[in-house]
Design a protein around this ligand. Structure first.
Ligand code: PRP
Length: 186
């Protein structure tokens, strides 16, 4: 088990930069969804998104509710398995609701491609995506993302909800993992 000092190469996005960006995203979303007749439905995709979602919802000035869905695709490693597994589905109907999916990171796009098709079949009034981090160079499926916090390079990042083998989700910043950490393991 490694400490953050042993595992991390550098801080990529510090706590202040994250909080400032999350505040701006909150303003944009509040403006775009003002005047709905029912609360905006936030769907937090567990586990990685829970930290971002918790901060983002506290920046919203419009009525909203939050629901959770658990999916996995990485199986603890650093590259996508290509398979999206629904561990726990929503427990509400999203028919005729305005829905915003909250993700921590879009990498290959396989997860969100799968989820957007699945949710579209449930006939929401609108469906959009919000991600804290985007890795456009890793994309294998095109997905339309309305709100992006930061675009990043192909490095493996942890912190602020993102893990490596379930570790480092609690770091208040986004950091680059030392390649030797995951190269030794994969
Ligand atoms: C991460 C992330 C996204 C997905 C993105 O989840 O939260 O859901 O991978 O990758 P993709 O664009 O290549 O599909 P992960 O499977 O690591 O699970 P976790 O959120 O529980 O850590």
């Amino acid at each position: 088990m490694l400490t953050p000092d042993q595992a991390i190469q550098k801080v990529l996005i510090d706590q202040d930069a994250i909080q400032q960006r999350v505040a701006v995203l909150g303003e944009e979303i509040s403006r775009d969804y003002a005047g709905l007749d029912q609360p905006l439905v936030l769907i937090c995709i567990l586990k990685g998104s829970f930290v971002f979602c918790a901060d983002l919802m506290r920046q919203l000035t419009i009525p909203h509710e939050v629901h959770f869905m658990s999916v996995s695709s990485y199986n603890g490693g650093t590259s996508s398995s290509g398979e999206v597994k629904i561990e726990q589905d929503l427990d509400i109907s999203i028919a005729d609701r305005d829905v915003l999916i909250i993700e921590d990171i879009i990498d290959t796009g396989l997860t969100l491609d799968y989820l957007t098709h699945m949710f579209a079949e449930r006939a929401p009034r609108s469906l959009a995506l919000c991600t804290l981090l985007d890795k456009p160079e890793a994309r294998q499926r095109e997905v339309e993302v309305r709100y992006i916090g930061f675009s990043i390079d192909l490095e493996f990042v942890v912190g602020y909800g993102l893990d490596y083998d379930q570790q480092f989700r609690g770091l208040p910043y986004i950091a680059v993992l030392r390649p030797e950490v995951y190269q030794d393991q994969d």
